[in-house]
Design a protein around this ligand. Structure first.
Ligand SMILES: Cc1cc2nc3c(=O)[nH]c(=O)nc-3n(C[C@H](O)[C@H](O)[C@H](O)COP(=O)(O)OP(=O)(O)OC[C@H]3O[C@@H](n4cnc5c(N)ncnc54)[C@H](O)[C@@H]3O)c2cc1C
Length: 498
C-alpha cells in the first residue's frame, strides 16, 4: 500500500485544499491511505535575532486552535491530524520511511527559511524514492499563472497589479472533501514513532492560555470553522463588504476591515475562497468599488509573496531587497519607547499598546508605527519587524517583511524619503480621539483639542483632565518635524555616498 503523506503547513483547512485533494486521489489510486501530518518545529518557538519570541502567545494560541479545528474536520471525514514534534525535514523523512509512504504533498511557502526546509526534505526523500508534489494553494494566483517569470516580478505594485489583473483568472476551488479512511495498524505505527497525543502537553502549547483583553477589536479564534463564521458575519450578516473601501482605514471597529488576515496567514481560509465569495456577493448584492477593493488588497498579499520568492533572504536583511546602505541606529531607549507605547505620541502609543495587548493592529496603525520607528527615530527597521513577528496573530513572513521593506524605504516602490506625519494622520483617522482614548485610558478626560497633542496642555489643564505629563503620560521622545528632517538628511547623504 502506498500511503500519501499530506503535510499541512499554512494551509490549515480541508476545503479548497489542493494538496489534500491531490493526496486523497493519489492514495485512492495506489490503494493506500492519506496520512495528514503537522510538524511542530522547535525552531519556531525559539527567539528572533533581537531576542523576542519568534511566536508569541497570541499566535501560539491561535495555531493550537487551528490544529484542533483541523483535527475535528479530518475526523469527520474519517481520518485525523497526526502531530509530531521535531525538525521538520527529519521528522517527515523518518515518517515517510517508517510507514513506507509512496508520496508526499504540501503547499508552497515562499519565504526563504520555509523554502530551505523543503530543499532539505526533498533531498532526503529523493533517496528513499518518495514522490513529492507542491501546490501554490495559498495565493490568489499560482506562479505558473503569472504573466511574467517569478524572477521578473515587477518592481512596483501598480505594475504587478495591472499585469496580473488584465489576465486575472483565479482558479476554481479545489474539489470538496471526500471520504478519508484510517487504519488501526497504521495508527499504531504512527503512535509508536512519536505522534503527539495531547497537544496541550507539547512544549509549544503548554502555557498557551491567557485572558483575552476585552478592548480587543475582535476575538480571533483559530480554525476553518471560525474563519467561515467571520466570512458569514462580515459579508452576509452584517453586510460590510459593500462599504469596505470607506471603512477599511478605521482603527477601532471590529468590522472596519475584514479581519481575515489571521485566518489567511494560517490558511484556514484561502484567498481564492474569498475571491469566489466576493463574486457571489457581487452577483447577489451588487458590485461596487468596495467589492473590487478587497480583491485589490488580496493582490498586495500575492505581490509580497512573489517579491519574497524573487528576492529571498535580501528582504530580511538590513539593506532590504534594494540593498540600501542607510544609517540605522539601534538606540535601545528609543526602541523601547516605541515598543512599549511610550513615545508621547498618542496615535503611536495606542497602536503599540493594542498590538501588545491583543496581537492585532489595523493597517493604518501598522503604517504609522513603522514610519515613526524608521523615519522619526531612525531605528533599525528589523527590530520593529521582529517585534511584529513576535506579536501579530496574523504574522506572515512575506507580508510582514515586505511591508516593512516598503515603509523603511529599502523595498521597491520606495520613492525617496516618504514618511507618515503622525499628527496629520491622527487628525485624519481619529478626529475625535476615540481610538487613542480606547487604548490610553489616561487620555479619557483630555479635551479633544489636546488628545493628540497632550504636551500642549498647561499645568491646570493637565490637573483638570486627570492627565499629568510625565507622571501619567510621557512627553514626546522627539520633535516630530525636526526628527523627520534629520533622518531625511541622513537618508539623502547616504544615497549620495552610494
Ligand atoms: C508594517 C506592516 C506589517 C504588516 N505585517 C503583516 C503580516 O505579518 N501579516 C499580514 O497578513 N498582513 C500584514 N500587513 C498588512 C496589513 O496591515 C494586514 O494584512 C491587515 O491590516 C489585516 O487586516 P484585515 O484582514 O482587516 O485587512 P483588510 O483590509 O480587510 O484586507 C483584506 C486582506 O488583504 C490582505 N492585505 C491587506 N493589506 C495588505 C498589505 N498591505 N500587505 C499584504 N496583504 C494585505 C490581507 O490578507 C488582509 O486580510 C502589514 C502591514 C504593515 C504596514
Amino acid at each position: 500500500m502506498a500511503h500519501q503523506i499530506v503535510w499541512f503547513r499554512n494551509n490549515l483547512r480541508v476545503r479548497d485544499n489542493e494538496p489534500l485533494t491531490y493526496g486523497a486521489e493519489a492514495a485512492k489510486k495506489a490503494g493506500g491511505l492519506v496520512v495528514p501530518i503537522y510538524v511542530l518545529d522547535p525552531h519556531w518557538f525559539g527567539t528572533t535575532s533581537f531576542g523576542f519570541d519568534r511566536m508569541g502567545r497570541f499566535r501560539r494560541k491561535f495555531l493550537m486552535e487551528c490544529l484542533q479545528d483541523l483535527d475535528q474536520s479530518l475526523r469527520k471525514l474519517g481520518s485525523r491530524l497526526w502531530i509530531f514534534e521535531g525538525r521538520t525535514e527529519e521528522v517527515l523523512a523518518s515518517i515517510a520511511e517508517q510507514i513506507g509512504a509512496g508520496g508526499m504533498v504540501a503547499a508552497t511557502e515562499f519565504a526563504p527559511e520555509e523554502q530551505a526546509v523543503v530543499r532539505r526534505l526533498l533531498s532526503e526523500l529523493r533517496e528513499s524514492g518518495v514522490a513529492t508534489r507542491l501546490f501554490d494553494a495559498n495565493t490568489l494566483v499560482s506562479q505558473e499563472q503569472l504573466p511574467f517569470d517569478i524572477h521578473a516580478v515587477p518592481d512596483t505594485f501598480s505594475r504587478f497589479r495591472r499585469e496580473v489583473e488584465t489576465e486575472l483568472d483565479v482558479p476554481a476551488l479545489a474539489r470538496e472533501p471526500f471520504e478519508l479512511r484510517s487504519d488501526r495498524q497504521l495508527s499504531e505505527r504512527l503512535r509508536d514513532i512519536g505522534a503527539v497525543e495531547d497537544l496541550r502537553a507539547t512544549e509549544a502549547f503548554r502555557q498557551v492560555d491567557y485572558e483575552a483583553d476585552a478592548r480587543a477589536c475582535l476575538e480571533f479564534r483559530g480554525g476553518e470553522t471560525p474563519a467561515w463564521k467571520r466570512v458569514e458575519d462580515y459579508f452576509w450578516r452584517k453586510d460590510r463588504l459593500g462599504v469596505y473601501k470607506n471603512t477599511r482605514n478605521g482603527m477601532l471597529g471590529g468590522d472596519d476591515s475584514s479581519k481575515f488576515s489571521p485566518w489567511l496567514a494560517h490558511g484556514c481560509l484561502s484567498p481564492r475562497q474569498i475571491y469566489h465569495e466576493v463574486k457571489r456577493y457581487e452577483a447577489e448584492r451588487g458590485a461596487n468599488d468596495s467589492t473590487y477593493w478587497l480583491v485589490f488588497e488580496l493582490l498586495w498579499r500575492d505581490y509580497f509573496a512573489f517579491i519574497v520568492a524573487r528576492y529571498g533572504a535580501d528582504v530580511f536583511r538590513l539593506g532590504g531587497l534594494r540593498k540600501q546602505p542607510l544609517p540605522w541606529n539601534q538606540d535601545a531607549q528609543a526602541f523601547e519607547s516605541w515598543r512599549l507605547g511610550e513615545t508621547g505620541f498618542p496615535l503611536i502609543d495606542a497602536n503599540m499598546r493594542e498590538l501588545a495587548n491583543s496581537g492585532f493592529m489595523s493597517n493604518r496603525g501598522r503604517q504609522n508605527v513603522a514610519s515613526f520607528l524608521t523615519k522619526n527615530l531612525g531605528v533599525d527597521w528589523r527590530m520593529g519587524a521582529e517585534w511584529f513577528e513576535a506579536l501579530l496573530v496574523d504574522y506572515d513572513p512575506c507580508s510582514n517583511y515586505g511591508n516593512w521593506n516598503y515603509l523603511a524605504g529599502v523595498g521597491n516602490d520606495a520613492r525617496g524619503f516618504r514618511w507618515f506625519n503622525t499628527l496629520k494622520q491622527s487628525h485624519d483617522y481619529d478626529p475625535d480621539g476615540s481610538y487613542v482614548r480606547h487604548w490610553l485610558p489616561c487620555l479619557r478626560r483630555v479635551p479633544d483639542e489636546f488628545v493628540h497633542e497632550p504636551w500642549k496642555m498647561s499645568v491646570p489643564q493637565q490637573a483638570e483632565s486627570g492627565c499629568t505629563l510625565k507622571a501619567d503620560y510621557p512627553l514626546p521622545v522627539v520633535d516630530l518635524y525636526q526628527s523627520a528632517e534629520r533622518h531625511e538628511q541622513l537618508y539623502r547623504d547616504a544615497l549620495k555616498r552610494q
